[in-house]
Design a protein around this ligand. Sequence first.
Ligand SMILES: [Zn+2]
Ligand SMILES: [Zn+2]
Length: 337
Amino acid sequence: MTTTNRAAVLYGAQDIRVDDRPLPEPGETDVLVSMRSGGICGSDMHYFAEGRNGTNVLRQPTVLGHEGAGVVVAAGARASVAVGTPVVIEPAVPCGVCASCLAGRYNVCPDGYCFGSPPTDGLFSQSVVVPAASVHELPAAVPPEIGAVIEPLAVAVWAVERAEVAAGHRVLITGAGPIGLLVLQVALAAGAAEVIVTDVNDARLAVATALGASQVVNTAREPLDATGIDRLIECSGSPAALAGGILTLRPAARATVVGQARPTIDGLPLGFLQRYEIDLVTAFRYANAFPTAIRLAASGEVDVRSVITATFPLERVADALVAPVADPTNLKVLITY
Ligand SMILES: [Zn+2]
Ligand SMILES: [Zn+2]
């Protein structure tokens, strides 16, 4: 086992440095994970570009990263995971005792913390200590070298659960980034009969077509012309995509907001929602979604490699953090350690 621990530490906007950090020691119920893959998320890109993500502002140097997988190399006396186990890390750690946690809605726990969400250090570090309860074993079909993609896949699994996609549904997905493309595959696995995908990026729409979208629409060029849609899953964060998507829904349908929402938006067709009793729901992270995500990836029902477009060594994390902007054909960019 190595004794150095290289870690990508964000000091401020546009200032990330790969430092040597002390090798962390697992507590009684923790495991020490030697990292194999990390994933760059939109939130990491926001922290790097602006020193903040939404309302969370970077106030002290913090190791970035909340998508990651590796191999357990040490375990505390009361940790129930064996050394040598390949694992993906579920990065949000809930308090476990509040009303939300006790109701099984631990993803909306107001008292938890999340690795890589400042000031909590994240996973872009060669070695990390996490609670044993926060890791999920990876099967041989999902090696830890690509296991980081299980985290965004869990987001997609939870989105499709919240959307209540059922067999035969006609689904509209707005936004064909990594999350939208994973939602597409999970919706098809859930039995969707038809999935329409919109974006403003032709390269992303081409991937959607390859992954089984029935129809793709570049809304920068042509208006979305659909009616009678059962389920809208909004994955772009664009208020116009949400409003336009809602107007394609049939009566008593459901719209689910997955893409990071603005604090407030104008143009929400609230009267239309009410007139047709369309449910507007939201999804935040995931609850109990990692096992399903791992199963879908292992079975091949979801091709996690389909969204991986680039891999950078940890030492080049600054390049990795701008890669999706520098090259808009990029989808999920991975870090190797
Ligand atoms: Zn993420
Ligand atoms: Zn809680």
